[in-house]
Design a protein around this ligand. Structure first.
Ligand SMILES: Cc1cc2nc3c(=O)[nH]c(=O)nc-3n(C[C@H](O)[C@H](O)[C@H](O)COP(=O)(O)OP(=O)(O)OC[C@H]3O[C@@H](n4cnc5c(N)ncnc54)[C@H](O)[C@@H]3O)c2cc1C
Length: 388
């Protein structure tokens, strides 16, 4: 089924280029990287930088393309259908923490970090979650204490994607005595700073090729000029995080679309009882269910992403899109495994890899349950205190 699109010619062309790169360069290697849990090679990141993929939505004055976020999402989608570790690089640089630097950073921070990120020489990960602060992110206890011209940072971050592999970390930390979100700011920390260390790499069900590890800060000195935002600006930080969630939803959309595309081909080739299995009504209904869910997710994501063309997206629209896309990807990849029968359960066909990754993208960036809590809060115009 062709990707539905009212995309302009430039975006369509970008989609085609990204799809070709995915098919020619990453399709032959993605399964091997997954099986060996190989971190995405630095040389490949530099290649994506040369293509301009890492700066699509970054400002031209820092080496980027200055295009709307939606163009970066198109590239993320095409790469992610084939190789999530490749797509993750585009994600981090365009909609992840580097995008927060672009929107909230000082001129000096933008000049110091963005051009190198756009070229692929540096990569930045985001470190919010902690052992005791996941869904309750504002319970975080990592602390940045003022010390002369900078801050001393101490605490442990958990589940950090690209943890131990990234050159830079955008670390959410408690910077004042204010409780909850009010005391939280964010600092940029170099991955080789004295006092930083990493836990063992997690053995995740999916996300292989995107290493995950604890990042431990033991009295790490952070210069004043590397404070992205101080306490009291959590709202701005989370506004930027809603752009990251668009990228997350795009990963899920790609997983669902890839599972659907594979299934469309398979059910017409695979024969049982003397005819292609596409001729059995139950198989047709499974395919229809896949289409319904993928298309709904695509439209909701498109609506939310349009909000990022000029400023920040509507956070409710983003939560609806993320929740729908995350749930869709889990269900559609599961259906794809079913219509592939025994082959769906093999590594060879790649469906189980899609399914494993679908579960990971749903948890990352806030679980579907937490998105639902937020959706109902908006719906009823009430804040529900989760602590009482
Ligand atoms: C693959 C992957 C990549 C990740 N990457 C990063 C990263 O790069 N940086 C980073 O900072 N973090 C990252 N995370 C962490 C992620 O953001 C958290 O795992 C997520 O927010 C959930 O937190 P938790 O794991 O502590 O689960 P918990 O918060 O302990 O939740 C456990 C269960 O309880 C439910 N629950 C919790 N609170 C409520 C509530 N109030 N109402 C109803 N249900 C509730 C949850 O929905 C969930 O089902 C990643 C996680 C994964 C799995």
């Amino acid at each position: 089924m062709p990707v539905r699109t009212d995309e302009d010619a430039e975006t369509r062309e970008l989609r085609q280029v990204a799809a070709a790169v995915a098919a020619e360069r990453y399709a032959p290697r993605a399964a091997g990287w997954d099986a060996a849990r190989t971190p995405f090679p630095r040389a490949e990141r530099l290649f994506l930088g040369e293509l301009g993929f890492l700066g699509i939505a970054q400002p031209p004055e820092h080496g980027g393309g200055g295009a709307p976020v939606r163009q970066a999402l198109v590239v993320i989608e095409e790469l992610a259908k084939v190789c999530r570790p490749a797509a993750f690089q585009v994600f981090e640089a365009n909609v992840g923490p580097a995008q927060a630097v672009s929107r909230l950073g000082s001129r000096d921070q933008r000049e110091r970090y963005l051009p190198a990120i756009v070229r692929g020489e540096l990569t930045m990960a985001v470190a919010i979650s902690e052992p005791d602060a996941g869904s309750a992110a504002t319970d975080l206890t990592t602390r940045a204490v003022r010390d002369g011209k900078g801050y001393r940072l101490t605490g442990t971050k958990r589940w950090i994607s690209n943890g131990s592999e990234a050159d830079l970390y955008l670390v959410y930390a408690r910077m004042s005595e204010a409780r909850g979100a009010g005391g939280v700011g964010a600092l940029i920390v170099r991955g080789d700073a004295p006092g930083i260390s990493y836990g063992a790499r997690e053995k995740l069900m999916g996300f292989r090729g995107i290493p995950s590890a604890d990042v431990v800060f033991d009295d790490v000195l952070v210069r004043e000029e590397d404070v992205l935002v101080g306490p009291g600006q959590f709202g701005e930080l989370f506004g930027c995080f809603s752009v990251e969630r668009l990228g997350n939803a795009t990963m899920s959309l790609a997983l669902g679309q890839a599972a659907l595309d594979a299934s469309v081909a398979y059910v017409q080739e695979r024969r049982q009882f003397g005819k292609p299995i596409a001729e059995f009504q139950a198989v047709q209904l499974a395919l229809a269910d896949m289409v319904l869910q993928v298309e709904a997710a695509r439209l909701l994501l498109d609506r939310a992403a349009r909000g990022a063309d000029d400023g920040l997206p509507d956070t409710l629209e983003v939560s609806i899109a993320k929740c729908t896309a995350n749930e869709m990807a889990k269900k559609v990849t599961d259906l794809a495994m079913q219509v592939h029968g025994g082959n769906g359960y093999t590594e060879e066909y790649g469906l189980e890899r899609l399914h494993r990754d679908a579960h990971g993208w749903a948890i990352a960036g806030g679980t579907p349950t937490i998105q639902r809590v937020r959706i109902v809060s908006e719906l009823l115009g009430r804040k529900f205190d989760q602590r009482r």
